[in-house]
Structures are given as structure tokens and as C-alpha cells.
Design a protein around this ligand. Structure first.
Ligand SMILES: Cc1cc2nc3c(=O)[nH]c(=O)nc-3n(C[C@H](O)[C@H](O)[C@H](O)COP(=O)(O)OP(=O)(O)OC[C@H]3O[C@@H](n4cnc5c(N)ncnc54)[C@H](O)[C@@H]3O)c2cc1C
Length: 401
């Protein structure tokens, strides 16, 4: 069996695994990045990059490229589907705390592709597509990972294994770590379309969260198209949900011309709120969707995974380059990132979806009034902007004991 030796092996070349790989490789640490697919997945999930993530990625000189490929979105809307009311927030107000007072709307695969190409060019690295991690074993001094290629099994011996292999992480499953939380009963259905929604719905922002007790929506602009996300009944088969009659229904209700709207992708997601009980198991570290899952309202999943990658990557650099104590560093990574995940990402995404899923009765009226008060009050509005742009949670994380 072929054996490769390296310092850090990373499973998964999604946005989170490629960030970890680039950060380490750029600091002269040997990295092997293992990806099951033939290339980085052409994935239509994350499209929002928040200000702290843009600042982190700027260390790689990549933020300007994302901005050039994407759209700057300083303004986002909370809208009422039934009445057309709009509550507008403007991130330009955060210009005194960040160089990037806006979201960048750009599909996640651009980042993964740019970084995996960048990693390849750095010395001491290997980016291995068509290498699916099957299993691993760890000793007190190293980890051996077994990966399947189309023709063989390869063993990779490393000091550390970083699992960035997504929601169904095989590494997390082998660890047997609890992955507590819940799965939303409804499915999430995502369309892309070239239909100019802004012509039908006046004053649309690039990012719109639309509340409704029957069918909430997220309308997101990316450079070449609109993305429309709606909930869908779990008792209908995926086949029915992906078929034309459902598309006609959804766009009839939205625009009144469902049969004429042409869609590109139609994708169904099962959405979860889950956090692994530990992000660290001796020499194996979990980051990104392998470690935690949340609903997409607010655009926090990939961003928080990238924050994991930076937190962990910088600690590994201090272990390798400055002789920092590995146990202390990795325990601290686990403690801080898990606490931020639980207290911010999980809590905020649950609240964000509750707001959209307006429900029947008085509850939504109350939440909407609070949102209007937040919008009107400069102090509350700033707190809200700092929270929803993920600046606040990272500041708090520095203060954790
Ligand atoms: C509809 C929707 C919209 C979203 N929008 C946003 C948003 O705007 N902003 C945001 O921050 N987040 C968003 N998210 C969440 C975001 O997409 C995920 O959090 C993000 O993709 C996680 O990145 P990752 O690298 O951890 O995992 P993934 O992107 O899932 O990448 C994992 C990689 O590992 C590979 N892999 C899997 N198993 C193996 C194996 N055994 N061996 C080797 N490789 C393996 C996979 O092929 C894949 O390339 C959204 C999610 C959904 C569903």
C-alpha cells in the first residue's frame, strides 16, 4: 500500500478544509488535502461572506478577488410577505469597526476552487482529489488515515487529522461523538433563476428575508442570478417537490407568472441544528459542518466553519512554529469554538428562522414590533448589526475564560 507522510492531513476540500489547508501551507507546514470528489464541488449553498470572514481571508490576498467575483450587499431587508412592509438595515453603519461594512454575495465554490489551486502551488503540500477518507487510527504520537482512490487504498501518516468533511463526516461517525440537536420537520427547497425579481418586487435588496405564516422566503442575489429559498412539506416526495407543478406554484404566488419562470438549479435540503459534543479527540479535530450544523438564515454556516479553520490553524502554527503546548492550544480551540457555536450560531439561526416562520397569532406581531424598535433605536440597531454580521460573537469569544 502506498504511504504518504505529512504533518497535517485534512479531509474535505470544501470552503472550510481549503481555508485550513491554505493557512497551514502558507506557514510552511506540510499538508495533505484529501477530497472525495473529482474537484471542489460546484455547490450552490453558501453565498454570503460576512465582514470578519472577509478580514480573515484578506490575509491570503483573496478578499478582493471574492469582491470582484461577487456583489457587495451593505443593505438587507426583513420583509412582510402579506403586507409588503420592509425593515431595512444598512451595514455601512459599521464602517468604523470593519474595513468591509457589507456582505459579499459570492458562491462558496469560488473560494474552495481558488484556495485548492493556491495550496497546490505551495511547497510541501499535496491536494489529492478522488481520495475518499474511509477510516483512520490514532496513536499517542500520530494518526494514520486510509483513503480510497478509484484504483487503490492509500495510507497517510500525519501528526494531526482535521476533519472538514461536511455534514455526513465519516471521521465524526468513527469517533462516535454525540451530535445532538434536531432536524427541522420541513424540507428546504432552493431554486435559482435569471428572472429579474427586482422588476416584479420593487425596492428589493440583494438579501431579503421574507416572513410569512404560510410560506416564508429568502431572496438572495448572486452576480448572475437570484436564489429563492422556501420551505416544503416533508410528506411530499423529493421528486414531487422538484417537479414543474411545484415550481409553478411557488413562482405564481411570488410573481404571478409561475409557468413562464425558468429555473436553473432546484435543490432540496434537510436542515439540522446540531453540535458535536467535542471538536477535539486527541489528534483529530472537527471543523465546519463536520462539527456543527445550522439553518441557513443569516448565512452563518460556512462563515463559522471558516472561523473554526482560522482558530485551529493559528494554534497549529503556534504549536509547530513557536513550540506552544499542543494540549493547551487544542483544548482551548475546542472550548472557545464550541461555546461560540452554541451561544451564538445555534441560538441566532434558530431565532432568525422563527422570525421568518411568522406563525399564526400574536407572536410574530410582537417580534416584528421589537425589530422595528431595534431599527429605530441607534444603540439597539448597532448591537443588532454587530451580531448579525458575526463581529460581536468573535469579540466575545476573545473574552471567554
Ligand atoms: C441552502 C443553503 C444556503 C446556505 N447559505 C449559506 C450562506 O450564505 N453563508 C454561510 O456561511 N453558510 C451557508 N450555508 C451553509 C454552508 O453551505 C455550509 O456550512 C458549508 O458548505 C460548510 O463547509 P464545509 O467545508 O465544512 O463542508 P462542505 O462544504 O460540505 O464540504 C465538505 C467536503 O468534504 C468532502 N468529503 C465528504 N466526505 C469525504 C470523505 N470521506 N473523504 C474526503 N472528502 C470528503 C465533500 O466532497 C466536500 O467537498 C448554506 C447551506 C444551505 C443548505
Amino acid at each position: 500500500m502506498q504511504q504518504i507522510n505529512t504533518q497535517v492531513a485534512i479531509a474535505g476540500a470544501g470552503p472550510v478544509g481549503t481555508v485550513a489547508a491554505y493557512l497551514l501551507a502558507a506557514q510552511g507546514i506540510d499538508v495533505v488535502l484529501l477530497e472525495a470528489g473529482r474537484d471542489c464541488a460546484l455547490d450552490l449553498r453558501a453565498s454570503t461572506f460576512h465582514p470578519p470572514t472577509l478580514e480573515m481571508l484578506d490575509q491570503f490576498g483573496i478578499t478582493e478577488k471574492l469582491i470582484a467575483m461577487g456583489l457587495k450587499a451593505p443593505i438587507y431587508h426583513f420583509r412582510e410577505r402579506q403586507t409588503g412592509e420592509v425593515i431595512e438595515f444598512d451595514m455601512s453603519e459599521l464602517g468604523d469597526v470593519t474595513r468591509y461594512p457589507y456582505r459579499v454575495q459570492c458562491e462558496q465554490y469560488h473560494l474552495a476552487r481558488m484556495l485548492s489551486e493556491g495550496v497546490r502551488e505551495l511547497p510541501g503540500t499535496q491536494v489529492l482529489f478522488n481520495h475518499r477518507v474511509l477510516t483512520f487510527e490514532q496513536s499517542p504520537s500520530d494518526v494514520t488515515i486510509y483513503a480510497e482512490t478509484p484504483t487503490s487504498i492509500v495510507a497517510i501518516k500525519a501528526d494531526f487529522l482535521i476533519a472538514a468533511d461536511g455534514a455526513n463526516s465519516i471521521v465524526r461517525k468513527w469517533l462516535g461523538t454525540e451530535f445532538d440537536g434536531f432536524t427541522y420537520p420541513e424540507k428546504f427547497l432552493c431554486y435559482t433563476t435569471n428572472e429579474p425579481l427586482e422588476r416584479h418586487l420593487p425596492n428589493l435588496a440583494h438579501v431579503n428575508y421574507v416572513s410569512d405564516p404560510k410560506e416564508w422566503m429568502v431572496l438572495l442575489r448572486v452576480p448572475s442570478l437570484w436564489r429563492v429559498l422556501v420551505p416544503a412539506a416533508s410528506d411530499q416526495s423529493d421528486e414531487m417537490l422538484l417537479a414543474d407543478p411545484k415550481k409553478v406554484d411557488v413562482f405564481d404566488r411570488l410573481l404571478g407568472n409561475g409557468d413562464r419562470v425558468v429555473t436553473g438549479h432546484r435543490t432540496i435540503y434537510r436542515v439540522h441544528q446540531r453540535v458535536a459534543k467535542s471538536f477535539r479527540h486527541n489528534r483529530v479535530l472537527l471543523i465546519g459542518d463536520a462539527a456543527h450544523l445550522n439553518n441557513p438564515i443569516g448565512g452563518f454556516g460556512m462563515n463559522s466553519g471558516i472561523h473554526d479553520a482560522f482558530n485551529l490553524g493559528e494554534r497549529l502554527v503556534s504549536i509547530y512554529r513557536h513550540g506552544a503546548d499542543a494540549d493547551e492550544q487544542l483544548a482551548d480551540f475546542d472550548r472557545r469554538r464550541r461555546r461560540t457555536t452554541r451561544e451564538f450560531t445555534q441560538a441566532q439561526t434558530i431565532r432568525n428562522l422563527q422570525y421568518l416562520d411568522a406563525g399564526e397569532g400574536g407572536q410574530h406581531a410582537l417580534r416584528k414590533r421589537e425589530m422595528e424598535e431595534t431599527r429605530a433605536d441607534p444603540v439597539k440597531r448597532r448591537e443588532f448589526l454587530l451580531r448579525q454580521s458575526m463581529i460581536d460573537c468573535l469579540e466575545r469569544e476573545k473574552e471567554f475564560a
